[in-house]
Design a binder for this molecule. Structure first.
Ligand SMILES: Cc1ncc(COP(=O)(O)O)c(C=O)c1O
Length: 390
């Protein structure tokens, strides 16, 4: 059967493009300007934080957050998951921190909170938590422990826009939080990302890190004047506060983002429903169906085999290919990061073996696209096909 089911569909709609075309007809300024500022304000309101900084990708948001952490906290360790995107760990290394790895919890695919707590030391500069695949990765116990020990939390919400913990949106708990608007996610500005925070200092630093470290990029006059006063011999237009980057986005991305944000909650409600239908129709003896769905909001349908059975796994993949259902083995980031070549020399040769939960996802976990207009009968057909496999 041909299901013709890509990883993502219609994430930039005809209406988005029409709005963009109308905008372009006005011969507007295209570099970062008033639409970027408006999108940042609207995003902050939606999320429930004070400040947001629009950048060109979720990976850039990761890099900015870790760069700000390094400026403020100095070197040390950062606790990271084994199942995440490469930039969550690359940014830690690039900023000179030592990554300390934690296995995932099978019901949330996010870090196991007991293992995080066990690895906190006086060298821990932050916990960089990924809310994997739309699942909430926070627990009361973890938040309490971090608060008590004054260890900052940075949330990566790139895969979980709109998901909540105790009714509050993920990304509004941490000191900083990061989002991605790449095409495969809950909404898309083509490429794009956001750094969010309630902390004025982090906000000003993030704005500067986004644009070459330029002090004139800081939004606040007193902040700028302090640098000008300290550096009287420099042209105030060219004071570079940090060794930074250029990761700005454009008005085009912001116009798309502003048009999409008003429909994000409604789109997410349909995604939540799709995932519930998927899990309720899957054979629970062969596939995991006991994910922690409380507050979850998933742009993916997670298909995880119950048992480590390579032959069955091959049959599942063959069937998905035969039905033209696009999938990713190892979930979004390709499975156990510790197996990746970029970590050779950073972690021990056999270190990857110490994380059995992510190892299971690495070989027997998949994600399939979940988008708002995915027809219900298509989801049920796929479940029937998967359940018939021996
Ligand atoms: C958890 C997570 N963090 C960061 C990123 C990076 O986002 P981007 O692709 O926008 O660079 C991704 C990407 O898919 C991701 O899944």
């Amino acid at each position: 059967m041909d299901l013709n089911w890509p990883l993502m569909e219609n994430n930039i709609t005809r209406d988005d493009l029409d709005v963009l075309i109308e905008f372009l007809k006005g011969n507007p300024k295209l570099t970062q300007s008033e639409n970027v500022r408006a999108f940042e304000r609207e995003w902050s309101d939606w999320l429930g934080v004070r400040y947001s900084v629009f950048v060109n990708s979720g990976s850039s948001a990761n890099l900015i957050s870790l760069s700000v952490l390094k400026e403020i906290s100095g070197p040390g360790e950062v606790i990271v998951p084994t199942l995440t995107w490469v930039s969550d760990i690359a940014s830690v290394i690039q900023c000179g921190f030592t990554p300390v790895f934690v296995d995932i919890h099978p019901r949330t695919l996010s870090m196991d909170d007991a293992q995080v707590i066990a690895k906190l030391t006086d060298r821990t500069r932050a916990v960089f938590l990924t809310h994997a695949q739309g699942f909430n990765g926070l627990t009361e116990r973890l938040l309490r422990e971090l608060e008590a020990r004054r260890i900052p939390l940075i949330e990566d919400v790139c895969e979980s826009h709109g998901a909540t913990f105790q009714g509050q949106k993920l990304g509004s708990f941490g000191w900083m939080s990061n989002f991605s608007f790449y095409f495969a996610h809950h909404m898309s500005t083509i490429e794009g990302g956001m750094v969010c925070t309630d902390d004025e200092r982090v906000y000003q630093m993030s704005r500067m890190f986004r644009a070459h470290g330029l002090v004139r990029e800081a939004g606040d006059e007193t902040w700028k004047q302090a640098y000008v006063k300290e550096n009287p011999e420099l042209n105030p237009e060219f004071i570079f506060a940090f060794p930074a980057y250029n990761v700005r986005n454009t008005e085009i991305g912001a116009v798309l983002g502003r048009n999409q944000l008003p429909r994000l909650d409604a789109d997410n409600a349909r995604r939540i429903r799709n995932f519930e239908i998927f899990l309720s129709h899957l054979d629970a003896t062969r596939y995991r169906t006991d994910f922690d769905l409380e507050g979850s909001c998933n742009y993916a349908l997670n298909l995880v085999l119950r048992r480590p059975d390579p032959a069955f796994c091959r049959r599942v993949m063959d069937k998905l290919r035969e039905c033209r259902v696009e999938f990713r083995r190892g979930s979004a980031g390709g499975g156990n990061q510790l197996r990746q070549p970029y970590l050779k020399g950073v972690v021990g040769h056999d270190e990857y073996k110490n994380y059995p939960e992510v190892e299971h996802i690495h070989f027997y976990g998949f994600y399939i696209g979940n988008y708002p207009d995915l027809p219900e009968d298509k989801i049920k057909t796929l479940c029937r096909i998967l359940n018939e496999l021996e």
